[in-house]
Design a protein around this ligand. Structure first.
Ligand SMILES: Nc1ncnc2c1ncn2[C@@H]1O[C@H](COP(=O)(O)OP(=O)(O)O)[C@@H](O)[C@H]1O
Ligand SMILES: [Mg+2]
Length: 328
């Protein structure tokens, strides 16, 4: 494999705000790399610099061997860009928008019309092809924006928060489409603040916090430290600040931490027997309402490395109009 995107020391500030601060990474040909981080981490600013929409203060960008630092538009024909907000024309139909984008890339009329039909079918938008974009739902708008980004069959695709703010079914369909493009060999750089989405889609993930990459590794490498950890989440009916302390004697080899006012997380390097824990609490007079074995997840890794509680990231999806990742 060879690096198709090479970024070194990328930096940009807006006034006092250091949006991106010395970011360096490479993306291999055919790879799917994700930038995972909370709102305001610098994801969009990074994508904007990579795609020629914003000028870096410092650093270098090379795409397919082309120096994009000096000439930001030189790699335009190789890349597709899907911004977080749609850049399409509300007054044009779905079909009209796709054909318009194809024309911008210099596609022949026949080629762009065929490709537009093909993409409308692929994205389940064929029936809405002749309706105005303005009347599309959020999920339909995002799908058409992605279709527009790949109309010219780019080798490299940049996706900024592809599933944020859309319904669960559309988000699932979009993830499948992204997986399909990846399988066909497209190099993909995507940003997301959904931990589960990054875990599911990406081969390698960069954790980005306050403009810096704090860790960049394959999902397998990131998961390594938690892979062999066992964890049980125990909930009781009444809150008790000393719950973890009281449970400690039941499992001396375990690490027991409060996970909520009436909840503790029990972790161990070996398997944990749930029944003795429940009996122990029961004997102390607690009413145990749930004891659940947890599978190690990227969320645990993310919290350990960034110190950002997953709940804080999750809140972003609960904003009005915020998207939601389904469990499937
Ligand atoms: N055009 C801009 N003017 C001023 N500040 C900006 C601008 N764009 C982004 N920022 C700031 O830069 C930081 C990074 O923003 P952004 O790259 O949009 O983050 P993300 O996409 O990860 O949510 C934030 O603090 C944001 O407020
Ligand atoms: Mg953003």
């Amino acid at each position: 494999m060879s690096a198709v995107i090479e970024v070194d020391g990328l930096t940009k500030s807006f006034g006092d705000v250091q949006a991106v601060n010395g970011v360096s990474f490479t993306v291999e040909r055919g790879e799917l790399l994700g930038f995972l981080g909370p709102n305001g981490a610098g994801k969009t600013t990074t994508i904007n610099m990579l795609t020629g929409l914003a000028r870096p203060d410092a650093g270098t960008i090379s795409i397919a061997g082309i120096d994009c630092t000096r000439n930001p538009k030189a790699a335009q024909h190789l890349i597709g860009v899907v911004p977080d907000e749609s850049n399409l024309y509300p007054e044009l139909t779905g079909f009209g928008n796709l054909c318009f984008c194809g024309a911008l890339y210099g596609m022949s009329r026949k080629d762009r019309e065929e490709r537009a039909r093909e993409l409308l079918a692929l994205f389940s938008l064929a029936e809405a092809a002749d309706r105005k974009f303005a009347g599309y739902s959020r999920g339909m708008k995002r799908k058409l924006t992605i279709a527009a980004g790949i109309i010219h069959r780019p080798e490299i695709l940049f996706l900024d928060e592809p599933t944020t703010g859309i319904d669960v079914a559309s988000a699932r369909q979009l993830r499948q489409l992204v997986e399909g493009l990846h399988r066909e060999g497209t190099t993909i750089f995507l940003t997301t603040h959904y931990i589960e989405e990054a875990e599911r889609l990406c081969e390698r993930i960069a954790f980005i916090v306050r403009g810096r990459i704090v860790r960049i590794e394959s999902v397998a490498e990131l998961m390594q430290p938690v892979q062999d950890r066992h964890a049980v989440l125990v909930s009781v009916a009444e809150p008790d600040p000393a719950l973890a302390e009281k449970l400690a004697p039941a499992c001396p080899d375990c690490e027991i931490t409060a996970a909520g006012p009436a909840q503790v997380r029990v972790e161990s390097a070996g398997p944990i027997s749930v029944a003795p824990l429940v009996r122990f609490l029961d004997d102390l007079g607690f009413d145990v309402v749930e004891a659940r074995k947890m599978h190690p997840s990227l969320e645990d890794v993310f919290v350990r490395i960034t110190g950002i509680e997953a709940d804080a990231m999750r809140k972003e999806r609960e904003k009005p109009g915020g998207g939601k990742v389904d469990a499937a």
